[in-house]
Design a protein around this ligand. Structure first.
Ligand code: FAD
Length: 451
């Protein structure tokens, strides 16, 4: 009986395990996770932390599911060493597990981005359910929250803290908000949202260290020595693949064809495969990679990983999709098409290379065209060949009220609805497979995780 070991119980690892089981009913499938919970939906952590959704909404798979699938789930099992020659991994408690094939799906972890003491007790990286629970269990009223960092997780932590009633200060490392993704207009819309949520933004914050004793983090220390104290100290800066257990300590994972690596029988999928400091976390891409890696491990045909950067999220409640190149440097030869945007909180633009090939898009506030544009960018479509209907829908600012869709709260895919859709209907996201229920909202339907 073949023995498959999956390290990491996030979306990539879970999806790969399901593919292995689907293809081989007799395989031994062991899932190792350093966390103590079954698979949950990380994109919902901010809603959970703020108290907007209950814990039951977080669970993507409950314990019974693992039993039914005959997955041997080993929680609180941190892998500390991989012996690629001996085909085994060692756990923090000293135990070993052998494998025929192994998938590394361990995601990424915070390094601190140059801030000393980023691992001090109580520093909140806002990566796990346990960290979200710390915020949920505190009453935010009269308390202070600090967030240092840039990108998706930092913005989610700002959302969680402000919604939970904390007096929140958001310390941005650079002079602009997320400059590799947002241009000046998009960053302006986002900054207004952050301000409206009640957070104070400080740009160019020169944070040097965490102020902590042996028990807990108390605040952040600035370059001049000043300390800003807080009840929640959030650090979401500097990311690297969570691979401290690799055979060559400090070495890089080298990806080969079909999710393979430099070691025989060792595969990798999900956020862990992204380069150091890439802040494009992506649930949907991880799900797709888990699916493909599972097939590759079984020796079946699979989709090659796309190198296209995509981001799908709703920071501060504003839908954001960024695909490929989203900013254009002065005199770089790249051009933009942006119609009359920004229009209120809606902003849409296309980016073209010098030869007029579509190479990127930024959609904020309304992301209805995300799927079609991703396909066009992958296909290297030229400006002149973009469908007129698509451009009309994007750039006629009055058109969007007619679009009938709903956003998946998990992977942020825009799901198209039929004309007979009604509140209370169950829909399944075609991308991540989440079951959702339609609810009436001020601007049409929204979707809530069912169950
Ligand atoms: C607060 C928050 C909000 C987010 N919102 C969005 C969003 O709106 N849209 C979006 O697209 N993406 C979002 N993401 C990102 C998305 O959750 C990730 O892209 C996705 O979870 C990556 O899946 P993964 O399986 O590759 O890794 P992960 O989900 O990170 O899972 C990795 C697993 O490996 C385990 N692990 C790590 N090291 C070890 C070890 N040594 N031994 C054993 N187990 C180990 C971890 O405990 C974890 O269970 C968000 C993330 C966070 C934290």
């Amino acid at each position: 009986m073949a023995k498959y070991v999956i390290v990491g119980n996030g979306v990539a690892g879970m999806r790969a395990a399901e593919v292995v089981r689907r293809e081989d009913d007799t395989a031994d499938v062991i899932i190792l996770s350093e966390e103590s919970h079954p698979f949950y939906r990380r994109p919902q952590l901010a809603d959970f932390a703020s108290g907007a959704v209950g814990e039951s909404r977080l669970w993507a798979k409950r314990s019974e599911y693992y039993v039914k699938q005959r997955f041997d789930l080993r929680l609180s099992s941190k892998v500390v060493a991989l012996d690629a020659a001996g085909r085994s991994v060692t756990m923090a408690d000293g135990g070993t597990v052998h494998y025929d094939k192994i998938l590394l799906a361990t995601g990424r972890r915070v390094t601190g981005g140059g801030v000393a003491g980023s691992d001090s007790p109580g520093v909140n990286h806002f990566k796990t359910l346990d960290e979200a629970r710390v915020i949920r269990d505190m009453d935010g009223a009269g308390k202070a929250g600090l967030v240092y960092g840039d990108g998706l997780v930092a913005l989610e932590l700002v959302r969680a803290l402000t919604s939970a009633g904390f007096s929140t200060t958001y310390l941005v490392p650079g002079a602009a908000l997320w400059p590799e993704v947002l241009d000046v207009d998009a960053a302006g819309i986002m900054a207004s949202r952050i301000g409206a949520a009640g957070a104070e933004i400080v740009f160019g914050a020169q944070v040097r260290a965490v102020d902590a004793d042996e028990n807990r983090a108390r605040g952040l220390v600035f370059a001049g020595g000043d300390v800003l104290s807080a009840d929640v100290v959030g650090l979401c800066a500097g990311y690297e693949p969570a691979l401290e257990f690799l055979p060559d300590a400090g070495g890089e994972l080298m990806l080969g064809a079909g999710y393979s690596t430099q070691w025989d029988g060792v595969f990798a999928a999900g956020d862990v495969t992204e380069s150091r400091d890439n802040r494009y976390f992506n649930w949907l891409r991880s799900w797709r990679q888990g699916e493909a890696a599972g097939a590759a491990m079984m020796g079946l045909p699979f989709d090659e990983p796309s190198r296209l950067s995509t981001l799908n999220m709703a920071p501060l409640g504003l839908s954001l999709v960024a695909i490929g190149q989203t900013t254009v440097a002065y005199r770089s030869g790249f051009t933009e098409m942006r119609g009359d945007y920004p229009y209120g909180e809606v902003y849409k633009k296309l980016v073209f290379a010098a030869d007029e090939t579509l190479v990127g898009t930024l959609l904020l506030g309304n992301i209805a065209e995300a799927g079609a544009l991703e396909e066009a960018i992958r296909g290297g479509v030229k400006k002149a060949d973009l469908p007129a209907g698509l451009l009309h829908q994007m750039f006629d600012v009055t058109y969007r009220v007619m679009a009938r869709g709903v956003q998946c709260p998990i992977c942020k895919h825009e799901i198209q609805l039929g004309s007979d859709a009604a509140a209370g209907d169950l829909v399944t996201c075609p991308i991540c497979g989440s079951d959702l229920r339609l609810v009436d909202g001020a601007a049409g339907f929204s979707a809530r995780v069912s169950g």
